[in-house]
Write a protein that binds this ligand. Structure first.
Ligand SMILES: O=P(O)(O)OC[C@H]1O[C@@H](O)[C@H](O)[C@@H](O)[C@@H]1O
Length: 319
């Protein structure tokens, strides 16, 4: 498969050479058989194949493939979607300075911030993005990952929880569902976000539509953070951005360079949008990505036995 020129960054460690296809299929078959599943799979000689893969840094990821040859990669480390390719166009970005070997959270993809967003009582953005999630079930086009407490998480946050993250590669979109369940006897609070990195052909080619006009936002780039009011219908980024738009959850990315749009369809749970771009930072590759994050900024209080769900789908389109 191919990707549109100029939209593909730091992808070398997440894509294996076609010559290693045999190894991938063998690994998938072994994985499926060890779980009592038919090996099945999309073992198309010339196209991508679905299944559990290992990257050059030793990290495992699941590749989903649909009938049209669209693909999505989901790393078990961090439960992170690092790629969504539809009709040859890559929509998800990974920063060129990202570590793809587990030495630090993946800076890119649909990265989980949980149970905390940003700085706070525990580590920046929480721990969900630097633990290994496990595969509960998978098919060629879907995977369900789970994250449960461990000694590591309990040291920081001693709560009984179960997080489930499902990704479904459909014909016209990539659907995700984050579910948090309180398995303990006492209530707990959390924040959540998908710190989503999306590809852009160049930042000057991007505008972001949505219900931004008239909304108040927290501009974290001013002093300790300042509340301001947005007066634009569409956001254009021409300086460093770190902004929390509470009550906005319908962003649409429009890229005049690729001629593509990407609708971030938040249909449950995700109430807010954070925009982040380290404008001018070449090392981070600022010119080829934007973070348009699906966020639940005000903490959720979950009673014993209760659960919370965030539904988000990425829907590609043409300008
Ligand atoms: O590099 P990371 O951990 O993926 O985070 C990216 C950025 O995420 C933003 O939300 C933070 O405000 C930045 O400080 C941070 O650099």
């Amino acid at each position: 498969f191919t990707t549109a020129p100029g939209t593909h960054i730091a992808r070398s460690t997440t894509f294996l050479e076609a010559s290693s296809n045999k190894k991938k299929i063998a690994s998938r078959t072994k994985w499926a058989e060890s779980r009592g599943m038919a090996s099945g799979g999309t073992a198309v000689a010339e196209g991508p194949s679905a299944g559990l893969m290992t990257n050059e840094g030793g990290l495992e990821y699941v590749r989903l493939v649909n009938g049209a040859g669209d693909t999505s990669d989901i790393y078990l480390y961090g439960g992170c979607v690092t790629s969504y390719i539809k009709d040859g166009q890559e929509y998800v970005a990974v920063r060129p300075d990202a570590k793809m070997d587990g030495s630090k959270p993946i800076s890119g993809g649909l990265s989980h911030c949980w149970p905390q967003f940003g700085p706070g009582a525990i580590q920046q953005h929480g721990f969900a993005r630097n633990v290994n999630w496990s595969v509960k079930s998978m098919t060629d086009t879907s995977v369900e990952l789970e994250m449960a407490p461990s000694d590591y998480t309990k040291e920081m946050w001693d709560k009984e929880f179960l997080c489930t993250f499902s990704v479904n590669l459909e014909d016209d979109k990539l659907s995700t569902k984050m579910n948090v369940e309180n398995k303990g006897e006492e209530s707990f609070d959390f924040q959540a976000a998908l710190h989503s990195y999306f590809t852009v052909s160049a930042i000057e080619n991007l505008s972001i539509a949505g219900s931004f006009a008239g909304k108040e936002f927290l501009n974290k780039m001013v002093g300790e953070g300042e509340m301001q009011t947005e007066d634009r219908e569409e956001i254009i980024i021409s300086e460093e951005y770190d902004r929390v738009y509470k009550g906005v959850n319908d962003p649409v990315l429009k890229d005049s360079g690729s001629g593509k749009t990407l609708t971030v369809q938040n249909t449950a749970g995700w109430e807010d949008t954070v925009l982040w771009n380290p404008y001018g930072n070449e090392g981070m590759g600022y010119n080829n990505f934007v973070c348009v994050e699906s966020v639940k900024f005000d903490p959720v209080t979950l009673g014993a036995g209760e659960s919370w769900t965030g539904d988000m789908a990425l829907v590609p389109g043409d300008l």
